[in-house]
Ligand binder design. Structure first.
Ligand code: 5GP
Ligand code: MN
Length: 338
């Protein structure tokens, strides 16, 4: 965001506005942390702000301060669209193409509101009047912190804002270990700790609230793990039947893909999950080093994301999707071996 845009957005926020804040579909920790963090800040500035999520999100995020006021478009379509229609400003966070917020994309595109994007994914679409896009950022939640900084509002960050932003930074960096975690990230975190956030409580709420079924599903996923050692690639698959057998709930498969990447020698990991109701296979890709999974997902599985973390989908059945994937690996063998 250049200086002119910052001044313009600051001017927009200098009088009370009706604001809608939107995360992507199937919101993760960064999507909910960044939207709720921004929502608390904008309310402190005197605006009327609401977070509207395209669909429901995992229960391990449902303690974040402000959760009780989040609207779910899929469940409250009429009320949600009334808010979108009436909004002066719409912030879209943690995504950069309107199809990423599902059925909310059209009402947002048609809304008269001024749109502001804050996001760290590659290749943003041009739907927003103001774009704060930075692919070098570890999380959108850290960008919200910097946005607040640009608005000269750091003094307004309270524990609720801080806990929301901490959640997003923590989850998108896998607890501060991914390469985009910088000294600035740690300075931001240090400030949030100084404000008084309870970080042990946050780690506990997100990582230590597994259901019995989820841990059993992890066992099933590990049983299905395959390692193509000569291609440095690990992958996991889960059928709809396996999900049902373990009482699958939203969020239960979050993070499973990372187990593949934790194998010694693995540079590329994938997980294939059958989504029977949509008749698609949802895929997550992760990599270590230079292997670009954003490009891989874009080129072969109608997806995208970041260099080291991306997602996509396939309309083939599970078996054929995996065959397509393993066949593709031959094309990338030299890259994966370098
Ligand atoms: P996950 O595998 O955790 O669902 O997603 C990893 C990253 O890739 C996230 O940053 C997410 O926003 C992005 N991503 C996941 N699925 C898709 C997709 O279908 N399309 C695009 N463009 N990005 C995706
Ligand atoms: Mn993110």
């Amino acid at each position: 965001m250049n200086t002119t845009s910052i001044l313009e957005v600051k001017k927009l926020l200098s009088t009370p506005k009706k604001v809608v804040i939107v995360p992507h579909k199937n919101p993760d920790g960064d999507a909910m942390g960044s939207t709720l963090g921004l929502c608390h800040f904008l309310k402190k500035l005197g605006h009327t702000a609401i977070v509207i999520a395209p669909n429901d999100y995992p229960s391990f995020l449902k303690w974040i301060p402000g959760t009780e006021d989040v609207l779910i478009h899929e469940m409250n379509t009429k009320t949600s669209e009334a808010h979108i229609l009436a909004a002066d400003l719409i912030f879209t966070l943690d995504f950069n193409a309107l199809h990423r917020c599902g059925a909310m994309g059209t009402p947002i595109a048609n809304a008269k509101a001024i749109k502001i994007m804050i996001d760290h994914h590659q290749q943003p679409d041009a739907y927003a009047q103001y774009v704060y896009s930075d692919v070098s950022m570890c999380s959108t939640s850290q960008m919200v912190y910097h946005f607040i900084e640009k608005m000269e509002g750091l003094d307004l960050i309270d524990v609720a804002t801080g806990e929301a932003l901490y959640t997003g930074i923590m989850t998108d960096t896998a607890s501060f270990r991914f390469p985009l975690t910088t000294s600035t990230t740690h300075k931001v975190i240090a400030h949030l700790i100084d404000i008084g956030i309870e970080k042990s409580k946050i780690h506990n709420a997100v990582y230590d609230t597994n259901s019995f079924g989820r841990l059993k599903l992890l066992g099933c996923a590990m049983n299905n793990l395959r390692f193509l050692e000569n291609k440095h690639t690990a992958y996991i698959s889960l059928t709809n039947k396996e999900l049902d057998a373990h009482g699958f709930k939203k969020g239960d498969t979050e993070g499973l893909v990372n187990y593949g990447l934790s194998l010694k020698g693995a540079k590329f990991a994938a997980i294939f999950i059958e989504h029977q109701e949509e008749s698609i296979i949802k895929i997550s890709f992760r990599s270590k080093g230079d292997f670009d999974v954003n490009k891989f997902a874009r080129n072969h599985f109608s997806g995208g994301g970041h260099n080291n973390a991306s997602g996509g989908r396939s309309d083939l059945n599970l078996e054929d999707t995996i065959t397509k994937f393993t066949n593709l690996l031959t094309e990338y063998e030299s890259e994966l071996n370098s």
